[in-house]
Design a protein around this ligand. Structure first.
Ligand code: MG
Length: 378
């Protein structure tokens, strides 16, 4: 069973399903039950549908460009702190760790995790807010919604159809990020898990980056319950740590604490519910997430990060300048559609010049945006 042979390759999905039957819990989404793709395609001889989704996302240019987008926007791309790409990889790793322990579909989890921030514009949330203002009268802009547009329309990898032609399950996963209660339907456990892994990841690494960047310090954060608890653990387990190792040990503990408590909470609940199918899990009130006490601690940390890091007073000027530039570049494209590269102009007839300008800017890396701005305005 562990390896594939020529006979299994002739029966696409049979080997994938055999493997999943052995590895996955009854409440996991199985490849064989996928609703399929908008444009029907033959199954691959040895890759399951969610594995193909994952590969398509990984090979897309929007995914690669995440390496040029800052996570915590400071105006300078340093060489220590996270980019959207490394954040995405951390989310995928943590999500897969939890998914494997719970017997969920790791291929689907990885596809969802790698896609989740693919629609992020340059300049982080500052860029997102500016683009949203630019197009407020025409439905606004959100990175989650744009992620869907990227994988459904903008990425061109095949001559038969636009977009990546992902499975219905992967698309629904991203759609749930846009509308948490889409048509009152509960997201698959794999989708819920990636959401929990996202916050687990950024709570830890934004703390790391913020301290390293000097926007805050361990001293200033030690009143936060989750930080205090983690520091206590670190100090009990390591006698002498220099400043650098203390920060790293703290971040390590922040991840470990969140993942372990999410896992123990979910394992206990899943044991109690004894779901025998995906449908049973979706019909119940079970949700993959952190236990309530930890959720409160996380909320306290997130409020702090929002107020004291993402909106740090030292960054106000940088944010404002970045947003002004985004609006200026947007205005320039709207007035001179000839500025768009030839291959994008066709899209303007479908979505309109304003939306096209927003989408084109949203696809840029921080550096490319910077260059474009200087070309336009000197
Ligand atoms: Mg994220």
């Amino acid at each position: 069973m562990a390896t594939i042979d020529a006979a299994s390759m002739d029966k696409p999905l049979a080997w994938v399903d055999q493997r999943e039957q052995l590895m996955l819990a009854p409440y996991a989404m199985r490849s064989i039950h996928s609703t399929g793709r908008v444009h029907p395609e033959a199954e691959h001889p040895y890759r399951g549908p969610f594995q193909r989704d994952r590969d398509r996302i990984l090979h897309s240019s929007a995914y690669r460009r995440l390496s040029g987008k800052m996570q915590v926007f400071t105006g300078e791309m340093g060489d220590y702190h996270r980019t959207r790409l490394t954040h995405t990889q951390e989310v995928a790793t943590i999500a897969r760790t939890i998914g494997r322990a719970l017997g969920l579909n790791e291929d689907l989890i990885e596809a969802l995790a790698l896609m989740h921030d693919i629609g992020h514009p340059p300049y982080g949330h500052a860029g997102e807010d500016a683009l949203d203002e630019c197009i407020a009268d025409e439905g606004g802009f959100s990175h989650n919604q744009f992620g869907l547009t990227v994988v459904q329309e903008i990425e061109i990898r095949f001559h038969e159809f636009p977009g990546l032609n992902l499975t219905y399950e992967s698309l629904m996963g991203q759609l749930c990020r846009v509308d948490k209660d889409f048509k009152g339907r509960k997201p698959l456990l794999e989708v819920q898990l990636v959401d929990a892994a996202d916050s687990t990841t950024y709570d830890a690494h934004d703390t790391d980056d913020a301290i390293k960047l000097g926007l805050t310090s361990i001293e200033e954060m030690k009143h936060l319950s989750l930080v205090a608890e983690s520091l206590k653990y670190v100090r009990q387990n390591y006698t002498s740590l220099n400043e650098d190792l203390l920060r790293k040990a703290l971040v390590h503990r922040l991840i470990e604490r969140q993942v372990t408590s999410l896992l123990s909470h979910c394992v206990e609940e899943l044991k109690r519910y004894e779901f025998q199918s995906v449908e049973e899990a979706l019909a119940s009130d079970f949700v993959i997430g952190h236990p309530s006490e930890l959720a409160e601690q996380k909320a306290e940390l997130e409020t702090y990060l929002y107020e004291r890091v993402y909106r740090h007073e030292d960054l106000i000027k940088v944010r404002e300048q970045a947003q002004l530039r985004v609006k200026q570049v947007f205005g320039a494209y709207c007035e001179n559609p000839d500025f768009f590269p030839q291959k994008y102009r066709g899209r303007a007839t479908n979505v309109g010049i304003n939306r096209m300008a927003v989408e084109y800017i949203a696809g840029m890396t921080d550096n490319f945006f910077e260059e474009t701005f200087h070309k336009m305005f000197g």
